[in-house]
Design a protein around this ligand. Structure first.
Ligand code: NAP
Length: 249
């Protein structure tokens, strides 16, 4: 199948987890890709894995000059963009007492501000019918403790998708949300836990779903593909919660 034939897709956080899985699937479906993240080696590995001529751009989503470079490089190579998958993000664990200004600002700087300005900067280069996909979190529907900054940022992202849908729909630009539940990605390795603690955390999260397992990044890539492709042409300002039934337990 070639559900993204002729399409150009920008994927942030394409070096790992759901971004990597989506890059693979989007490429299999015929898309040309721009891969963005901070770690060049991981992005190059993704590009090699998927083959073809993916454009690799390194930078930090929170830095607006990095976003300018991303937009310029993307447009120089591909002229116009059809799919903007703003997947990269951070999800800091901390009780409210331990959430200092820097952690809070970093969380909002990447997850909200960075995505907001990425959309603004790509806007003149989006080719209708275009699809913007923002990653939020299914955990919003049943909050966990010690994730309040991330939950607040994710709620802002969801609100952003709805208000920008109203603003951009008549330009042929759809904005939708992918809200994953607990997905088995390297994100859990970044919290300073031992491997036993990581395994116990994942097991605990898996038990909180109806399916009694964590989701796989490839399963989220399938949802992202749906939102990216014309199969979702009547889906606007929506949130797809792909959480294994987490919110219902
Ligand atoms: N896994 C879950 O259970 C889960 C659940 C709900 C939502 N999410 C969200 O889903 C998204 C994907 O996460 P994942 O689980 O696939 O995690 P992951 O494997 O850790 O991937 C996250 C990616 O984001 C990139 N990234 C992080 N901060 C960045 C920044 N400031 N600038 C540019 N790139 C940045 C990282 O790339 P570099 O290291 O190269 O910068 C990494 O490739 C995130 O927004 C996460 O919050 C995850």
């Amino acid at each position: 199948m070639s559900r993204l034939a002729g399409k150009v897709a920008v994927i942030t956080g394409a070096g790992s987890g759901m971004g990597l899985a989506s890059a693979r699937l989007f490429a299999q479906e015929g898309a040309q890709l721009v891969l963005f993240g901070r770690d060049r080696a991981k992005l190059v590995a993704t590009a090699q894995l998927i083959g073809g001529d993916a454009l690799v751009v390194t930078g930090d989503l929170a830095h607006l000059d990095d976003l300018d470079r991303l937009v310029t490089a993307s447009v120089d190579r591909f002229k116009a963009i059809d799919v903007l998958f703003l997947n990269a993000g951070n999800a800091p664990f901390a009780p409210i007492e331990a959430t200092d200004e820097s952690l809070f600002d970093r969380c909002f700087g990447v997850n909200v501000r960075g995505r907001y300005f990425a959309i603004q900067k790509f806007l003149p280069h989006l080719r209708a019918p275009a699809s913007i996909i923002l990653t939020s979190t299914g955990l919003l529907h049943k909050p966990l403790p010690e994730l309040s900054a991330w939950a607040a940022a994710s709620a802002a992202v969801r609100s952003l998708a709805q208000s920008l849908s109203v603003e951009l729909a008549d330009r042929g630009i759809r904005v939708n949300i992918l809200s994953p539940g607990p997905i088995d990605t390297p994100i859990y390795d970044g919290y300073g836990m031992t491997s036993e603690e990581v395994a116990a955390t994942k097991q605990g999260l898996a038990e909180k779903t109806l399916l009694k397992r964590m989701g796989q990044p490839e399963e989220m890539a399938e949802v992202a593909l749906f939102l990216a492709s014309e199969a979702s042409r009547y889906v606007v300002g929506a949130e797809i919660v792909a959480d294994g039934g987490y919110a219902l337990t």
